[in-house]
Design a protein around this ligand. Structure first.
Ligand code: FAD
Length: 342
């Protein structure tokens, strides 16, 4: 059981900034994210896009903003459960909550901050009738640790940047990499397409197009995939492998949080914005893109503001009756001023 002061669901910009604001109040945080890396939409959807409306940064790439947020909150030593989706929540007799992920990891905290953005990013799965039987038994929809594939036979399916980039990367790690795509043309960067062709010519990537994986063969674990060459259904064959990794992109869904008894409006969680962004369940807050209130704007800086106010309320839950005197983070060089905000 992982225990913390504030359990944050979602490691996007709002969740990461919450760690910093909570740290100033000496509250510890642990973050859960369905994705294998922090950054939410900024990392998953547009890491190379410049953002122009972060105060004091005339321009910053979304990926760089994530790195800065991680650097800023590192001093408060947050814990991370990545690549797992928060699935259920149970209120305990002492008022705390236990949140369990789809992989069974349990977390306990008196305060839960849902910073789930558009929801958890769920992988788009290929229509293969028995695929669920092989999930985590050789079928993975995202790559968490490339070393896991060392000296293994890997089949990757997909035509975008993820499929191309991971095929290139794993060609130096896995014993065999096959990339299968249903078209001859790829959607990814031209540079990556050229690199895959180059590796194919060197015999380091086995490229099969146009083709689809239509079946999985195995007994408890993946042993082979069935490959159908498009327009040649009769050209169906089994390809031996240890892992099948379909990389067809991710789509966001509010998902299990929608069943937690929270008031939902327009696929977002209703909060008390006049006070502290608490939901209808005391102790559970919703901040950032995931919440809704009159005048709501889905912007990063709004998530930062909401996180700041929410942490003050969390402090009161953790320290009932204790007066908190708001201070600035630095006062050095300001003579006769102790940092207290009047
Ligand atoms: P998110 O970034 O969505 O992060 C939420 C995280 O929660 C995700 O990582 C998700 O996996 C996780 N999660 C959700 N549910 C669960 C669960 N059950 N279990 C585990 N994890 C879960 N905003 C700006 O201010 N300026 C811009 O210029 C700008 N440009 C944008 C451009 C594009 C193309 C897009 C798509 C958005 C843009 N935005 C911009 C909006 C901005 O990205 C969002 O406002 C911001 O990402 C919200 O942050 P968040 O932390 O609230 O949510």
């Amino acid at each position: 059981m992982i225990k913390t002061d504030i359990l944050i669901i979602g490691a996007g910009p709002t969740g990461l900034f919450t760690v910093f604001e909570a740290g100033l109040l000496k509250l510890k945080c642990h973050l859960i994210d369905a994705l294998p890396q922090a950054g939410g939409q900024c990392t998953e959807l547009y890491p190379k896009k410049p953002i122009y409306d972060i105060p004091a940064y005339p321009e910053i790439l979304a990926g760089d903003l994530t790195m800065k947020l991680l650097e800023q909150c590192k001093q408060f030593e947050p814990g991370f459960t990545l690549g797992e989706r928060a699935e259920t929540i149970e209120k305990q007799e002492d008022g705390s909550f236990i949140v369990t992920t789809n992989k069974g990891t349990q977390h306990q905290a008196p305060v839960v901050a849902i910073a789930g953005g558009l929801g958890s990013f769920e992988p788009r799965k290929p229509l293969i009738h028995n695929i669920a039987d092989f999930e985590d038994k050789g079928v993975e929809y995202m790559i968490k640790d490339p070393e896991f594939y060392r000296d293994k036979k890997v089949v990757i399916a997909g035509g975008g940047d993820s499929a191309l980039d991971w095929s290139i990367f794993l060609s130096d790690i896995a014993s065999e990499v096959t990339l299968i795509h249903r078209r001859n043309e790829f959607r990814g960067h031209l540079d990556s397409v050229d690199k895959v062709q180059e590796l194919k010519n060197l015999g380091k990537i086995n490229l099969i197009t146009p083709a689809e994986v239509t079946g999985i063969v195995g007994d408890g674990a993946v042993k082979a995939v069935v490959v159908s060459q498009a327009k040649h259904i009769e050209k169906e064959f089994e390809l031996e492998c240890d892992h099948f990794i379909p990389l067809f992109g991710l789509s966001p869904k509010l998902g299990p949080i929608a069943n937690w008894g929270l008031e939902i409006e327009k696929n977002a969680i209703k909060v008390n914005n006049a006070l502290d962004y608490q939901t209808n369940i005391p102790g559970i807050f919703a901040i950032g893109d995931v919440n809704i209130y009159p005048g709501k704007l889905k912007l990063i800086l709004c998530g930062f503001h909401e996180a700041t106010l929410m942490c003050q309320a969390a402090y009161q839950i953790m320290n009932p009756g204790k007066r908190y005197v708001l201070k600035y983070t630095t006062v050095a060089g300001v003579d006769g001023f102790d940092g207290t905000r009047k």
